[in-house]
Design a protein around this ligand. Sequence first.
Ligand SMILES: [Zn+2]
Length: 368
Amino acid sequence: MSMKELIEVSNRYGRDCEYVLAGGGNTSWKTDEFMYVKGSGTELATIDEEGFVKVDLKKLDKIWTAEYSEDEDLREEEVLSDLMASRFPSKKEKRPSVETLLHALLPYKFVVHTHPALVNGITCSEKGEQSVLELFGDSCIWIPVTNPGYILAKEVKDAIEKHMRGGKNFPLLIFLQNHGVFVSGNSIKDIDELYDSLFSKIKSKVNRFPQSENQSVAKEKTSSVIESIGKVFGSGQIVLPFSNSDIEAFSLSYESFSPLVLSFTPDHIVYYGFKPVYAENIDSIEQALFDYREENGVEPRLAVVSGAGAYAFGSVQSKVDKAKALFLDDVKIAVYVESFGGYQFMPEDKIDFIRNWEVEKYRASVGE
Ligand SMILES: [Zn+2]
């Protein structure tokens, strides 16, 4: 029964783009001995029993008392190997989610972790911590932006212990700065009710909502930008132009584009690159694309041209679709943060960590 519930809740939240996009988010169901957690590179929208990895909670718990290397890369390797060793034998060699350790910390039957634009409107804002504490009080904890994996789980573990030492109940909501939210409950009904109240409370504080309705861009403009993209990266590129009134407003000038120049969350880095290319007019987009590759050593996957909309591009259709979806999400976040003191990007060292982290490269590669 519980496996069925886990699949149902995962598919339902996974298909709703208000909560989860592409391969983001993950879910789990646990008993006292074991936990089923989403496998890395699996998508919640379509996950079935095969997509989950069964881990032994007692083995997993040993990670907290193990001694790991001081070196960041080595430590991540060692933790990953202990994580893999905590799996029950199965035919398929699947990796448990990057966030497995964090799921295991929460003493509830179900955990549904998502990255909603609405919630990230708070977690990526200047007044994020203050706002969630005002709205959710002792039922939540706030975790400052942290490198993912072992370090994040350790931060959460410490924060929960501190919260409990103050005589408070176990937090049901865990807000991760520049990332998303963990919601826990002993039934799916509890989870749904928590999400409902989470959404309605945040919405009650939002002064301006995103305008996500598609808006078309004049053909002569799009063909000229597509031509420039082709000149720089080859004519085989799949290019997807799109726009809406928020994109139009943000792209007016360098200044108005400032809430979109860097990454809000790891999903944005993984699925559309750590920042978009911006050009103030069609004539300068070709040079801007060259400069981006030159400066960053990677090819961009998304460009925005003032007055001519946004362009997701690349050589693989599914990746281009995801880049578009994640940029649209980014634009929504950029609107929501206005209600919470303005935008706050991930710090550059944290962005670099994600860009170089083997685990995220794995996630991006298997998600294709
Ligand atoms: Zn996450």
